[in-house]
Design a protein around this ligand. Sequence first.
Ligand code: ADP
Length: 373
Amino acid sequence: MTTVFVVNSGSSSIKWELLDAESGSIYSGGIVERIGEPGGGAANHDEGMHQILAGLGNEHPAVVGHRVVHGGAEFTAATVITDEVERRLDEISVLAPLHNPENLKGIRAARAAFADVPHVAVFDTAFHGTLPPEAFTYAIDADVAREHGIRRYGFHGTSYRYVAGRAAAMLGRDLADLKLIVFHLGNGASVCAIDGGRSIDTSMGMTPLEGLVMGTRSGDIDPGALFHLGRAGMTLPELDQLLNRRSGLLGMTGTGDMRDVQSAADAGDETAKAALAVYYHRLRHYLGAYLVALGGADAIVFTAGVGENSAATRRETVAGLEGFGIALDVHANSRSSTQARVISRNDSAVKVLIIPTNEELQIAREAVAAVSL
Ligand code: ADP
């Protein structure tokens, strides 16, 4: 048994779990929310971490695993955190100004509290270290790209690694022989083409803004639209806010929560229906691209809040693709369950799966593996 303390420190919350890395058994877990807000759970990340530690009582983890959003080009595997690594993470923060500084606050507070155990950074970008240059290169001036680190990195990698392993086990196949297309659809959403366990393409890019339509992010948009808005007087912070916080489902409908958009559409709301059509259109755009990138797929997998729970999203993503060997079992798809399951018909050449993601368990496993090297 190896008890791991997993910390996911975000902008206004710290999520944590104390679990066994081998069995996945969760001993305790929780979330401190609305950090720094009036009436919130804690005044700052340090205070939040101290609350969590006080609640842990006598439990003492063997390792602490930290979720870090951006590892840049440098960190392509889980890494034991030293003062030097912490300094490098600080430098990389320019690549992910919305996420990495918050991850670092959690790291600093937890390292101070658990000074005698190893701490490991597990990166959302690391799984995509296998992207080939043609998939990660933006076709811009090469010197500018090199100087500023402008390339595609991809995110949700911890989830993809976990889900890919589970998919292979469910299908009774070796991951090395599998071609998978995994849709991680949460508030943030992306999709990944996985060939033999290696990420070969993914929809998020240099930042988590590119690709699919999300809860509050636009996903793909012509950069020319930004120049146009800039000339019309919008500032860079306003454009950042527009695309990251006021776009996606929220921007199109007024709510970024898929449940609300779907119930509005079910009740006949035309704005909600139109927004869902945009959301589905983008999913299908990437499904087509990745079927070609992989030369066909063994399975299409749905995970995270929307992927695991929204039957309509799964149905619309693969609708009418029987000619490509993709045939959904509509009854299995609409049955609600929290279990991993197959939702394609028996005669479907491409299996369609729902696999609940478990990023905490994957972080715990990678943290243990990193310290046993
Ligand atoms: P995060 O990216 O914050 O981890 P989650 O993976 O928890 O997000 O996904 C949150 C999204 O999942 C929200 O848009 C929420 O509306 C959606 N969701 C959760 N349950 C359902 C459901 N039953 N039907 C449709 N969408 C759902």
